[in-house]
Design a protein around this ligand. Structure first.
Ligand code: XBP
Ligand code: MG
Length: 229
C-alpha cells in the first residue's frame, strides 16, 4: 500500500542545476579564480554529488586549491548567488509537480524530501516556488543531515525512518542516475523524470521513466462538457 511520496529536489522538483552552475561561476569570478564551468563540463561534474565535493574533485583535477577553507568560502558565496537567483524567481517548479503534490495530499499520502543540497538552499527554493504551501512536506532530510551523500542510500533511509514507514509503503521521485541508485539501494521503487542535465543518464532500476509529471503548460482544468477539436 502506498502511503508516502519522497521527492528529490534538484532536477526533480525544479530545474535548479543551471542556477547552481551559474552561481558556481559567479563565485569563481568573485574570488578572481580563472574557472568557468560550461554546460557540458557541468554535465560531467554532476557525476559528483554535492557542491563542495564537486568543486574539490574539479580543483584536484586542474591543480587548484582543494583546502577545506577555500572550498567552504566558495560554496558559501555560490549559495548566496543561488539564493538570490531563486528569490528573484529564476526557478519554477517542473511541470506537474504542484499538481502531484496537491493531489497526493488530497489522497491522504504523506510527503517527504530527500536531497543532497543544504537546508538553506532547499528552503530558498521552496519559499520562492511554493510559499507557505511548502508545509505540505512533513519530512525533509538534506545533505546536512547525512554523513554520506547520494548515491549512498542514507538520505532516503533517514527520510523513511522519520516517516516511520518501510520502503514498500513509499515511492521515490528522482531525476538522476546517482539519485536513482540512492533510492534503489534504500529499497525504494522510483519514478524518474530526467532533467536537462541528466537526460543522457541510464535509469535501469527505475519503476517508470517519464518526461515530466504532467502535461506541458497544464494547470488543473475542469472539464466543461465540450469536446476539444
Ligand atoms: C543535487 C546536487 C547538489 C546541487 C548543488 O543532487 O548534487 O550538489 O548540484 O547543491 P540531488 P549544493 O538532486 O541528487 O539531491 O551546492 O548545495 O551541494
Ligand atoms: Mg536531483
Amino acid at each position: 500500500e502506498l502511503k508516502a511520496l519522497i521527492f528529490d529536489v534538484d532536477g526533480t522538483l525544479a530545474e535548479t542545476e543551471e542556477q547552481h552552475r551559474l552561481a558556481f561561476n559567479a563565485a569563481f569570478a568573485g574570488a578572481d579564480l580563472p574557472y568557468e564551468w560550461s554546460e557540458d563540463r557541468y554535465r560531467e561534474l554532476l557525476g559528483v554529488a554535492g557542491g563542495k565535493q564537486r568543486m574539490a574533485a574539479y580543483f584536484a583535477a586542474v591543480g587548484g586549491d582543494t583546502s577545506v577553507g577555500a572550498i567552504a568560502a566558495l560554496h558559501q558565496a555560490k549559495n548566496r548567488h543561488y539564493a538570490e537567483a531563486v528569490a528573484a524567481g529564476e526557478v519554477r517548479l517542473r511541470t506537474g509537480v504542484a499538481r502531484i503534490l496537491m493531489e497526493a495530499r488530497d489522497a491522504g499520502l504523506r510527503l517527504a524530501i530527500a536531497t543532497t543540497t543544504s537546508r538553506e538552499n532547499l528552503m530558498a527554493l521552496l519559499h520562492a516556488t511554493m510559499g507557505s504551501a511548502h508545509r505540505i512536506f512533513e519530512v525533509m532530510v538534506t545533505g546536512e543531515d547525512v554523513a554520506n551523500l547520494k548515491p549512498d542510500p542514507e538520505v532516503y533511509l533517514k527520510a523513511m525512518a522519520q516517516l516511520g514507514l518501510p520502503p514498500e509503503n513509499c515511492l521515490a521521485f528522482e531525476d538522476s542516475a546517482l539519485g536513482l541508485e540512492s533510492a534503489t539501494r534504500a529499497g525504494l521503487r522510483t519514478v524518474v523524470t530526467p532533467s536537462i542535465y541528466t537526460s543522457h543518464h541510464r535509469f535501469g532500476p527505475a519503476a517508470l521513466v517519464v518526461n515530466s509529471l504532467g502535461e506541458p503548460g497544464s494547470t488543473i482544468r475542469v472539464y466543461d462538457g465540450t469536446l476539444a477539436s
